[in-house]
Design a binder for this molecule. Structure first.
Ligand code: ADP
Ligand code: MG
Ligand code: MG
Length: 889
């Protein structure tokens, strides 16, 4: 059975009937006025694609179901005296750009067009329908460039002095049909088929074929939609919105999909057919106006919309047509919506008793929440939109337009200007400019273009593929539609959440959602807006349901305080590298250059109180909550002067005969410490083992800080984390040293609270020997950034800007493994280490630090693996809380 009548399907059959077919069936069975029709299944399409031919039974099945439709309408397809007409509509499980467009009015021929005119008593209508068929069939089935038809239409309109297509009379349209037919003959090499069934079969086959259109294929690979699903085809009896002023067609939403406000919302166009509403052929009127012209149909429409919402328990969007006063439903589906609307509607539905809290939580996601947290352009401000591209990386950026990387870096660094880097497309050569810019604007490329991938990786605002812009790099300017010219240095504003480009500066405001998280907005106050209230409600549900804790990565006291207000239950990663920077670099230099124990100890002695102070402040900000401090991780040469700069300095001094012995020694040290692959060099626990006293000093600073906090009446809960361990022996050695130091501090200060010692798991070897390592570690924290680098053999800094966009385009992965955890590879290591670690130490605490801790999909994975907490940047904490809740329901 390759065909289902609308009465035979239902909304849960999307695999077989596609989204459109399943919902048409559902509406039919709800008793709503859907024109009769049937759905050819995705299975028929799959057979066709595999074998190159329709299944043998299909022809007869089409005949049988077509006869059913003919009976229901009392007409025969293409009958010269009184023709039944049908539409042929594609409809896959997931809606997909690149799939074939709908063909309306199939069944019209040189004969039946006259029958249609007679039956309807309207010549104009019949010829209008016929010219539409020729145009749609020619373009989508025969693959003729649509411009031919558009030009011919414009010519007739010009000749007749007609402003709109409705102003053309029957005579003009008859002439247009003649022209269209000759376009078809000339461009396709054959005449337009005059056999109605041949039209139908050709259209069905074209829908099947469109599954493999290049645009559809690319889209599928990127969205990870399996390539073998196939599409269904819907054949629907035509109803006519172009039968005069009491006819029309429209689209509607049961709530506002932009804001989420209650109340219906939509557009209507009288005397029109199909896509006219969205194609902007004429000006539509708001849906409510329909109520004035046709009370009855309008009331029925409202009634149906209420039925659909109650039935789908969600926002629905619909397509409908009114034929001479009578309402027909042509499509419905659970409607797309903005992030703000998603939150508001989810909570409204709870209040209306339509869904439970858990379900409401499932209907929003962390990506939407993140969107709501970006700063935005002030909506009340005056804005001058000049173009629209793709919303590649969210945010609101304002700056001076610059057209090359050199200028971007120069202006940003030397003139402290905010710049927007404008390029046709970016390449790895533009990396420095992208880093220096506030935002990036390109005229070419989609969401996996180099610009888009790199911008998202950097968290930088990006609008890409703004094709209307004509960028003239040579003259340092671009032109936008309407002749607007923007030269180097002119200020523009780009909105990475909507893809809009504005001329001049649009003021930026903080998101109210962030102000709420930071405690500036009271969600219960009457004045709080509905969106903030909705976010608050769903966050409360998420916090209640989640099993995992959420901590933050924070290195400074201010970050810690901010993270706490965002709901972080501690610090999962406190890096200590910044404690060696700035003025403190000279102590690091002294440490490295030290000759003999005395000098080295002096350098460490100088660093100790500074670090201790830092820890005291962070522990104060996180009083009562765990703080995991990671011992120094990066290679020491990162704290020394650059090799080239220092070499030049030394050489110059030598020429002048003023050699500086300090500089000379420093240069030798820099040369000695230089590494080909610093990422794989002397860093992490390796430093603790071979640089005497360094880790000891850090542990002492940590323990003494805890003691100071406890003395002051605080509740310090510090944990020591040893990075980059690959072998249990490394951890044993560094742990012994740390324990000795802690014991000595305890003795001196009387401090007695526990200081757990654990390790970061960020090397495959650590994951694979986790059972042994857990014997010596009280906790594991998965460092998924480094674990991804070391598992894939990718150097993050090098690959993201070079070949990752190509990998995404070719579909090697759907998202960068640095953004979303690679479940099959890196994830497998996490799973092995968790299981084997817990097997050897039952109460081993497991967490993750690194960007993945704030990525929605990764959070679900970490929940499934059984981690105790995730840790992410402060800004991502609410996202992780929400997703940890969603993972648990
Ligand atoms: P899309 O998936 O692009 O929305 P549709 O198959 O829904 O394509 O059809 C395109 C337009 O044609 C829509 O406005 C739809 O309502 C209209 N349409 C489709 N079938 C019919 C029909 N049988 N009678 C009247 N209008 C139709
Ligand atoms: Mg549609
Ligand atoms: Mg690391």
């Amino acid at each position: 059975m390759f065909i289902y009548d609308f009465a035979q399907g239902n909304k849960d059959m999307r695999d077989l009937l596609g989204g459109k077919g399943a919902n048409l069936a559902e509406m039919t069975n709800l008793g709503l006025p859907v024109p009769p029709g049937f759905t050819i299944t995705t299975e028929a399409c799959r057979t066709y694609l595999e074998t190159g031919r329709e299944p043998a039974e299909l022809h007869d099945e089409v005949t049988a179901h077509l006869t059913g439709v003919e009976k229901a309408r009392g007409k025969t397809l293409g009958d010269p005296g009184d023709p039944l007409l049908v539409s042929v509509r594609s409809g896959a499980k997931f809606s997909m750009p690149g799939m074939m467009d709908t063909v309306l009015n199939i069944g019209l021929t040189d004969q039946s067009v006259r029958g249609l005119a007679e039956q309807a008593g309207d010549e104009r209508f019949a010829w209008d329908s016929y010219r539409r068929l020729l145009q749609m069939f020619g373009r989508t089935v025969l693959g003729i460039d649509g411009a031919h038809f558009d030009e011919a239409l414009e010519d007739v309109k010009r000749d007749r002095g007609a402003e709109h297509d409705v102003d053309l009379d029957a005579d003009a349209l008859r002439g247009l049909v003649r022209t269209y037919k000759s376009i078809v003959s000339e461009e396709s090499g054959r005449d337009f088929p005059q056999d109605p069934r041949e039209q139908l079969d050709a259209a069905v086959r074209a829908v099947f074929d469109s599954w493999n259109a290049p645009r559809a294929e690319t889209y599928r690979r990127q969205e990870r939609i399996p390539a073998d699903l196939g599409t269904a085809v819907n054949v629907v009896a035509m109803v006519f919105g172009n039968l005069g002023p009491d006819s029309g067609t429209g689209v509607a939403f049961t709530r506002d999909p932009a804001s989420g406000a209650r109340g219906i919302y939509g557009d209507y166009l009288a005397n029109a057919q199909g896509e006219d509403v969205v194609a902007g052929i004429r000006n539509t009127v708001p849906l409510a106006d329909l109520g004035q012209h046709n009370k009855e149909a309008y009331a029925q429409l409202l009634d149906i919309m209420a039925t659909l919402e109650g039935h789908y328990r969600d926002l629905c969007d619909i397509e409908f047509t009114i034929e001479r006063g009578r309402l027909w439903m042509l499509q419905t589906r659970v409607g797309k919506r903005t992030a703000a609307a998603a939150f508001r509607i989810a909570v409204q539905l709870v209040d209306e008793g339509l869904v439970e809290e858990d379900e409401a939580l499932a209907r929003v996601d962390g990506h939407q929440l993140a969107q709501l947290m970006f700063p935005r352009f002030d909506e009340r401000a005056q804005r001058t939109p000049i173009a629209k591209g793709m919303n590649a990386s969210p945010g609101a950026a304002v700056g001076r337009a610059v057209f090359d990387t050199g200028t971007a870096v120069d202006w940003a660094q030397n003139a402290h200007e905010q710049v927007i880097l404008v390029r046709r497309e970016t390449t790895p050569d533009d990396l420095d400019g992208m880093i220096a810019a506030r935002g990036i604007l390109t005229s070419r490329g989609g969401k996996t273009s180099h610009a888009a991938v790199v911008a998202r990786g950097m968290g930088k605002t990006c609008v890409c593929g703004a094709e209307e812009l004509d960028i003239d790099l040579g003259h340092g300017l671009f032109t936008a539609p309407g002749g607007v010219e923007v030269r180097e240095g002119d200020v523009i504003s780009i909105d990475g959440s909507s893809g809009e480009v504005f001329l001049g500066e649009v003021p930026v405001v903080d998101s109210p959602v962030v102000r709420y998280f930071e405690g500036e907005l009271d969600p219960d106050a009457a004045a709080a807006d509905e969106l903030v209230g909705a976010v608050h409600r769903l966050m409360t549900v998420a916090d209640d349901r989640r099993r995992m804790g959420v901590r933050a990565n924070a290195d400074m006291p201010e970050d810690a305080a901010r993270a706490r207000s965002m709901g972080a239950a501690g610090i999962g990663l406190c890096r200590t590298e910044h404690m060696f920077l700035g003025d403190r670099r000279r102590y690091v230099e002294r440490l490295i250059l030290a000759e003999g124990e005395r000098e080295r100890e002096e350098a460490l002695e100088a660093l100790l109180p500074l670090q201790r102070d830092d820890f005291v402040q962070i522990l104060a900000a996180m009083d009562g909550l765990p703080v995991t401090v990671r011992l120094l991780d990066p290679p020491l040469h990162e704290f020394l002067p650059d090799l080239t700069e220092l070499s030049v300095r030394v050489a110059l001094a030598r020429e002048r005969g003023k050699e500086d012995s300090g500089d000379l020694r420093l240069l030798q040290a820099v040369r000695r410490l230089h590494e080909q692959n610093p990422m794989l060099g002397l860093r992490g626990v390796r430093l603790a083992l071979v640089v005497p006293g360094l880790a000891t000093m850090q542990v002492r600073a940590i323990a003494e800080a805890a003691a100071i906090r406890a003395d002051a009446g605080g509740d310090p809960r510090v944990e020591v984390m040893i990075p980059l361990v690959g072998a249990v022996q490394e951890l044993e050695l560094s742990r012994e040293d740390a324990e000795r130091t802690i014991a000595e501090v305890r003795q001196r200060t009387g401090f007695s609270a526990p200081i757990p010692i654990g390790t970061m798991v960020e090397l495959p070897r650590a994951a694979l020997t986790a059972g042994d390592i857990a014997q010596v570690a009280e906790f594991f924290s998965f460092g998924t950034n480094d674990l991804t680098q070391t598992t894939w053999g990718f150097s993050r800094d090098d690959v993201e800007g070079s070949f990752f966009s190509a990998y995404l385009e070719k579909g090697v992965f759907g998202a960068s493994p640095f953004e979303s955890i690679d479940v099959d590879g890196v994830g497998r290591l996490v799973r092995i280490a968790s299981e084997e670690g817990r097997a050897s130490r039952r109460d081993l605490k497991l967490g993750v630090c690194g960007e993945h801790g704030g990525d929605p999909e990764s959070v679900h994975f970490f929940h499934d693996v059984g981690l105790d907490y995730v840790s992410c940047s402060a800004f991502r904490v609410p996202v992780a809380r929400l997703e940890a809740g969603r993972a648990a329901v």
